[in-house]
Design a protein around this ligand. Structure first.
Ligand SMILES: Cc1cc2nc3c(=O)[nH]c(=O)nc-3n(C[C@H](O)[C@H](O)[C@H](O)COP(=O)(O)OP(=O)(O)OC[C@H]3O[C@@H](n4cnc5c(N)ncnc54)[C@H](O)[C@@H]3O)c2cc1C
Length: 426
């Protein structure tokens, strides 16, 4: 089965994102040639794989990472940079569906994920520039009323502290009246995700991890991983390719659905819209998300597609979304535009599994991967060492195979996504 890895170019090099612009990009790590042994072999050097590698190396395991392209080349180095709270399901939905005890344990895990991300940034990648504040923006009055009520519920149950903003407050803060209101969560934040991934890769090398780039894995079997030019034998294996190669293990292929998402960045604006910058994510089914860079650009994400190929004109696609929120910026030059592949599951809860003794797989974070990926990598390492508590909780989340099975399931789920996007537009 062809993978999403080669559908859109950028072979062996990072895409020309705004994130890459100001960074010194590292020299390549050599590809795998011949045979190697390790305690742990990780397939994929995104945030999941890099976090697992750091934690495994710190626990004394020998670790080899095989990355088809470059470190952080996938979603991890090109996403919207927003580190939010919780899972795709609200806490209230988790409590209703899974029971209050499990929901509370999951909230603790999600908080741990956010803290881990903030700590990893501070320790290994301060240049990723953590800035606090995620504002959930509501498109309609009904959504705003529900969001206020949910914020009160969270404060009572989990002691969260958020700020409620009405339409006037939103205008004062982010310079648009497009939203009925919003809820500001100062415990979340936003970063340059490529700087973060590259910082974690440096930490891996310092901890003794071996990284092979341009080493695409073709086969994962218990105890053994193979590329075209080499093999690694390992007691533990982690399949961490998320949307780019779920087909490498059958159970993952049936549960992890790749989708593409797009971002564009304006030139520095004469009058940047946000007086008091925060990162914004709105309530559309296909979320629009944006923030203001320190040099006064708007970084704007929005628009999805469900085939493998990116549209020819990504700028046009994102510009239409910008214009709905900031009509005055309708014609502003966009200096950078790119696409990336992430993954969702049928229930929008993340996928984690031990496929065979010692073979682990994870992904499908459904838009919450910037925080969750680091924790899921860490939790896999805990399980490898016999600490199963957090692993079993996450692996027990309801993530069924996509309806229609491995082949048809993708098409049916994509049809559902297209429908959701259509409802947004209407
Ligand atoms: C445009 C966009 C915006 C997003 N915005 C946000 C956001 O604001 N907040 C948020 O929480 N999440 C966001 N996400 C999702 C988030 O980026 C992902 O959930 C997260 O980065 C997943 O990390 P990962 O390490 O599991 O996967 P990836 O970062 O995708 O890494 C997988 C790696 O595996 C490699 N690989 C693939 N196949 C093979 C193979 N056969 N052999 C070897 N290596 C292979 C790839 O090259 C890649 O480097 C966004 C994603 C995109 C694309």
């Amino acid at each position: 089965m062809s993978s999403w890895l080669h559908a859109n170019g950028d072979r062996g090099t990072w895409p020309a994102t705004w994130y890459a612009k100001g960074l010194t990009l590292p020299d390549p790590h050599p590809p795998l040639r011949g045979h190697a042994d390790a305690d742990l072999c990780i397939v994929g050097a995104g945030l999941t794989g890099l976090s697992a590698a750091i934690h495994a190396a710190q626990a004394g395991l020998s670790v080899t990472i095989l990355e088809a392209q470059r470190v952080g080349w996938g979603a991890s180095g090109r996403n919207g940079g927003q580190v939010g709270s919780g899972f795709n399901w609200s806490q209230r939905k988790l409590a209703a569906k899974l029971g209050p005890d499990k929901a509370r344990a999951l909230w603790t895990l999600a908080e741990d994920a956010k803290t881990l991300t903030r700590d990893l940034v501070a320790t290994h990648a301060p240049e990723a520039d953590w800035r606090p504040g995620i504002l959930s923006a509501c498109c309609t009055e009904a959504e705003f009323a529900a969001a206020r009520e949910a914020a009160a519920w969270m404060a009572a149950r989990h002691g969260t502290a958020t700020e409620i903003l009405d339409r006037d407050d939103m205008e004062a803060r982010i310079g648009t009246r497009a939203y009925a209101g919003g809820v500001l969560d100062a415990s979340g934040g936003y970063i340059n995700p490529l700087a973060y991934a590259l910082g974690l890769a440096r930490a891996c090398i310092d901890a003794g991890v071996t990284i092979h780039e341009t080493s695409e894995v073709h086969r994962i079997a218990p105890g053994r991983v193979a590329t075209a030019q080499g093999t690694v034998s390992a007691r533990h294996i982690l399949h961490a390719t998320n949307g780019y190669a779920p087909h490498l293990t059958a159970k993952t292929a049936a549960r992890v659905l790749p989708i593409n998402n797009y971002i564009a960045v304006t030139e520095p604006l004469d009058a940047p819209p946000m007086a008091n910058p925060v990162a914004v994510a709105d309530s559309r089914f296909v979320v629009n998300y944006f923030w203001q860079t320190r040099d006064g650009r708007l970084l704007y994400g929005g628009g999805e597609s469900y085939g493998k190929r990116f549209p020819r004109d990504i700028r046009a696609r994102v510009r239409a979304n910008i214009a709905r929120v900031y009509p005055d910026l309708r014609d502003v030059p966009l200096t950078h535009a790119w696409g990336g592949t992430l993954a969702v599951t049928a229930t929008r809860l993340p996928y984690l599994a031990e496929l065979a003794p010692g073979v682990f797989a994870t992904g499908g974070y459904s838009g919450h991967g910037l925080a969750l990926s680091g924790l899921f990598g860490k939790v896999c390492v805990e399980a490898m060492q016999g600490e199963r508590g957090r692993f079993d909780l996450l692996a027990g989340l309801p993530v069924p195979a996509l309806p229609g099975g491995r082949w048809l399931g993708g098409w049916m789920a994509q049809a559902g996504m297209v429908w959701g996007g259509l409802v947004d537009r209407l």
